[in-house]
Design a binder for this molecule. Structure first.
Ligand SMILES: *Cc1c(COP(=O)(O)O)cnc(C)c1O
Length: 446
């Protein structure tokens, strides 16, 4: 495979961009990433003309693939050519807010921002401002963007910053707990319940291999937060409008959070974030309340148009049926391949998310396990072996995945997300043929 042009571009990039990239995961590929020239339906074409089946889809935002339906493209162009933005309101912000409030029952009001990170920063400030408390509980291995309050790892007794540049004092107010561990969260609430402003949780850990919740976990979080006057904050930046369709993961799991953060799909491929929830809580943001929140580009008309038309298209067409069926076919196919070739590995994901985690232990009996991705079924033969926490995923064969699987798939024209931890995404532009070719490639690569 010739990647000479990408090599030259990366050489130039290394001179002017740190690590040659604008977001670190893009440089995870050894020795250098390919540069994309353009997208085509469910594929991307790189700077040397190589074509790949693209399961990365921008790392989440692209529900419709790379060729936008006519109505989405015209809405984007119309708003771009009317003038990019104004610093005063436009109708399209209200339209998108109404759409979200109509489809996501927990959202009565919403504030739009420009990234998922901005959304979680504002949600944390909102939870603290609304409750008058300081502490935020997060899940180990959960991801809420590049922000100080959540870049904290370790356990509740010994938290530490997970990045240089984050002062240790931030760990005074952030309590990391293992996902899916009911006892751990009960203990934290027993000890510090009246100091906890909120629990910030991805309904599915989707930035650490994809870990689904065990039965009852979110119900426990809901109950504990309610009992202690804390807020339950669902970070649906990645699951929103992907898992559970237009009702989001909270609809799928039938949980009503107090606050929800959105990003990715809600901006139709443009920079976006949002914080939604009960009117009384969201009204705490300035100017209706006294929790300061602002942004020059927030509610950007081109982004709002892309988001609204993408979601409208999804509401009016069988987008979720299509992506979920292909997701199901991928997970079923991968489960069969793993049973034959790598019974220690775990196929994970739901709806249009999928991944193979290189777990290390083979269950004694291979029968009766989840057929289309780990559902944390207690009667599954794999139940004790499949990942429950971020740490379980981190202890998988990460190097084998990165160094052997990823390049072997790339060489067969399949673009997987850049490390063992990032999820992979199906779009409406993918086809059954893409699925078949991808499964063939896994068969050779695993
Ligand atoms: C992607 C992501 C973020 C961060 O969003 P950005 O737009 O990259 O800042 C936050 N939370 C979750 C769950 C995400 O998947």
């Amino acid at each position: 495979m010739n990647t000479e042009n990408s090599r030259e571009l990366y050489d130039r990039a290394l001179s002017v961009l740190p690590g040659g990239v604008n977001s670190p995961v893009r440089a995870a590929i050894q020795p250098y990433p390919f540069f994309v020239e353009r997208g085509d339906a469910g594929h991307v074409i790189d700077a040397d003309g190589n074509r790949y089946i693209d399961w990365v889809m921008g790392l989440g935002p692209l529900l419709l693939g790379h060729d936008l339906p006519q109505q989405v493209e015209s809405a984007i162009q119309k708003h771009a050519s009317a003038g990019p933005m104004y610093g005063t309101p436009t109708e399209i912000e209200v339209d998108l807010a109404e759409f979200v409030a109509r489809h996501v029952p927990s959202v009565e009001k919403i504030r739009f921002v420009n990234s998922g990170t901005e959304a979680t920063v504002s949600a944390v400030r909102l939870a603290r401002g609304y409750t008058g408390r300081k502490k935020i509980v997060v899940m180990q291995g959960g991801y809420h963007g590049a922000q100080e309050s959540t870049l904290v790892e370790g356990d509740s007794s010994e938290p530490k910053p997970s990045s240089n540049g984050v002062p240790r004092s931030f760990t005074d107010h952030t309590i990391p707990v293992p996902f899916n561990d009911t006892e751990a969260i009960e203990r934290v609430f027993e000890e510090k319940g009246d100091e906890i402003a909120g629990v910030l949780v991805e309904p599915i850990l989707a930035n650490k291999g994809i870990v689904s919740p065990v039965d009852g976990y979110h119900e426990t979080l809901r109950k504990l937060t309610r009992e202690h006057g804390s807020l339950l904050v669902f970070d649906e930046v990645i699951t929103g409008f992907r898992v559970g369709g237009l009702a989001c993961a909270q609809g799928k799991f039938d949980i009503t959070p107090d606050i929800t953060t959105f990003g990715k799909i809600i901006g139709g491929g443009f920079p976006v974030g949002a914080i939604g929830g009960r009117a009384e809580i969201i009204e705490s943001f300035t100017p209706s309340g006294d929790v300061f929140q602002a942004g020059t580009c927030s509610g950007h008309p081109v982004t709002m148009a892309a988001g609204l038309e993408t979601l409208t298209y999804a509401a009016e067409n069988d987008v979720y049926d299509h992506v979920n069926e292909l997701g199901d076919a991928l997970r079923r196919g991968l489960t069969d391949i793993c049973a034959d070739q790598a019974p220690e590995y775990t196929v994970v994901g739901t709806d249009s998310l999928f991944k193979v985690i290189f777990t290390r232990e083979t269950p004694v009996e291979a029968e009766s396990h989840c057929e289309a991705g780990c559902e944390q079924r207690t009667d599954c033969a794999r139940y004790t072996h499949c990942p429950k926490t971020g740490a379980d995923v981190a202890s998988a064969e990460v190097e084998r995945w990165n160094r052997l699987l990823w390049p072997a798939m790339r060489d067969q024209g399949v673009f997987l997300s850049q490390n063992q931890f990032e999820a992979q995404f199906v779009s409406v532009a993918h086809t059954e043929e893409d699925v078949e070719k991808t499964l063939e490639a896994y068969k050779h690569a695993l």
